[in-house]
Design a protein around this ligand. Structure first.
Ligand code: BES
Ligand code: MN
Ligand code: MN
Length: 463
């Protein structure tokens, strides 16, 4: 361990330089304008894995962006760890809210990151965290300390739903065979309270289109006499929650797996300050489903949120118009036992049912994914816990996360192995937002913690 710290110290500047080069590539999977950049990023990742000592590195083509697969097999009798991550990033928009260029990384000190944080799109989600794994591997191969076999699968379409990866996993189950899956694509509670994410929510994402008259109309000549699709859409959306902030779609909660009081009590023990939470977001009061705490609302309860809404005139000045159409993008976060296909159907039926005759509605499903829970009574979790204990000096807290990584449920289904989520980001790192960043401390701690996971997992597997 001393040597690892030393190794990091000697090479830290190079690690950061290399990560900066990776962050300079705008691999925005949602935006076809960045196609070449995204493909270039897959090559960069492949080269980094080769340089870090993998014996086999492949860039696997898909219908979308390539999947980078790499491995180093040292002994078939030893356990195999599969590392998953993604090299694609969210769009950087709105650009004017960034203090620096999202694709020109800079290190700046913040209150939470006094040692400095790397500001760039993807710094935390997920390039910085993938890079910790690559550098941890470099350390282990160059010092002959790799205790087990390792496989890497780094994809370029996580932020757009991982559809091509599903196909790849189904077709390559044998190749991807492993004893445990390790992901660093989540966060921890705080710099001095490490945590391991034990749950992810599922997702159903839909787009709706409401059509009224067959053309845009003068709002004086026609106003009041025909349905305005924006008015109607707003009403329909407002009706999707009741006075307790519960979702009104019939059947939405039918399959929700409720936590026992004991589990809820255990959750409530995790350190959390509502005051700091509100302060960090600049809000007077939180908001959500009646009868649940903030941490329950954002992790164990399903939700429905409008992600975007548009229609009519939004340019400068005023234009008097009743638009022909109105649109919204809607996400539903799902919890264990809710099936995302079923929920999408329920939404669609309900949305069509509540539309007045004066408009027509079209619901288009986008991507989705199932929720996932990692049990804590397995050696994967225990090895991770021991690794954090060694580097942070504290036992990590198990924590259900509110975000989604759609492929994880499929990993369990197809590859039959558990996924351990060792994330090193913080909620305040602003992933998906302007000024995303990742603490240099977190990056280094990650590189220190990962090899210990390999070591403990291998030891625990052999007993
Ligand atoms: N890394 C996140 C997921 C995440 C972040 C989980 C923090 C738990 C804590 C991932 O890249 C992500 O953003 N996923 C998307 C889903 C995807 C289908 C667009 C999400 O959760 O919105
Ligand atoms: Mn991610
Ligand atoms: Mn993301």
């Amino acid at each position: 361990m001393k040597e690892l710290k030393n190794y990091i110290k000697i090479h830290e500047k190079r690690f950061l330089d290399e990560l900066f080069s990776l962050l300079r590539l705008p691999s925005v999977s949602a935006d076809s304008k960045h196609k070449e950049d995204t493909i270039a990023t897959s090559k960069f990742v492949a080269k980094s894995l080769r340089d870090a000592g993998c014996d086999l590195v492949e860039i696997c083509e898909t219908k979308g962006y390539p999947i980078v697969y790499a491995e180093k097999i040292i002994d078939k009798e030893l356990p195999t760890i599969l590392v998953y991550g993604h090299y694609d990033v969210q769009p950087a928009d709105p650009l004017d809210l960034w203090d620096s260029n999202p694709f020109e990384p800079v290190i700046k000190k913040t209150e939470i990151h006094p040692e400095g944080a790397i500001f760039a799109r993807g710094a935390c989600d997920d390039k910085g965290q993938v890079f910790m794994h690559i550098k941890a591997l470099e350390y282990m191969t160059s010092t002959n300390e790799l205790p087990c076999n390792i496989k890497f699968m780094i994809e370029g379409e996580e932020e757009v739903g991982s559809e091509n990866l599903s196909l790849f996993v189904n077709r390559n189950a044998e190749k991807l065979k492993n004893d445990v899956i390790l992901i660093s694509d989540t966060g921890m509670i705080s710099q001095d309270t490490p945590s391991i994410t034990t749950g992810l929510r599922g997702l159903s994402y839909v787009e709706v289109e409401v059509t009224g008259p067959n053309r845009d109309l003068h709002s004086g000549i026609y106003g009041g006499a025909v349905a305005n699709p924006i008015n109607i859409l707003s009403k329909m959306i407002a009706s999707l929650h009741d006075e307790n902030n519960q979702i009104t779609i019939p059947g939405f909660y039918d399959k929700v797996l409720n936590l026992s009081q004991q589990e809820r009590d255990a959750m409530a023990e995790a350190p959390f300050s509502l005051k700091d939470y509100k302060e960090s977001l600049g809000i007077e009061e939180v908001y959500g489903e009646k009868g649940y705490s903030t941490n329950e609302r954002n992790a164990i309860r399903p939700t429905l949120d409008i992600n975007g809404i548009w229609g009519g005139y939004t340019g400068e000045g005023a234009k008097t118009v009743i638009p022909s159409k109105a649109f919204a993008k809607i996400s539903m976060r799902l919890v264990p036992n809710q099936n995302h296909h079923e929920i999408t159907k329920l939404f669609q039926t309900h949305f069509e049912n509540i539309a007045p005759k004066s408009v027509s509605v079209k619901v288009t499903p986008h991507h989705g994914g199932q929720s996932y829970i990692t049990p804590t009574d397995n050696i994967g979790y225990q090895a991770a816990s021991k690794a954090y204990e060694a580097t942070f000096g504290r036992t990590p807290v198990p924590q259900r996360g509110g975000g989604s990584i759609p492929i994880v449920a499929l990993f369990e289904e197809v590859l039959k192995s558990k996924t351990i989520m060792m994330g090193f980001g913080l909620d305040s790192d602003a992933i998906h937002s302007p000024n995303e960043h990742f603490g240099v401390f977190n990056f280094i701690r990650g590189i220190e913690t990962i090899p210990l996971f390999y070591k403990y997992f291998t030891e625990m597997s052999q007993h």
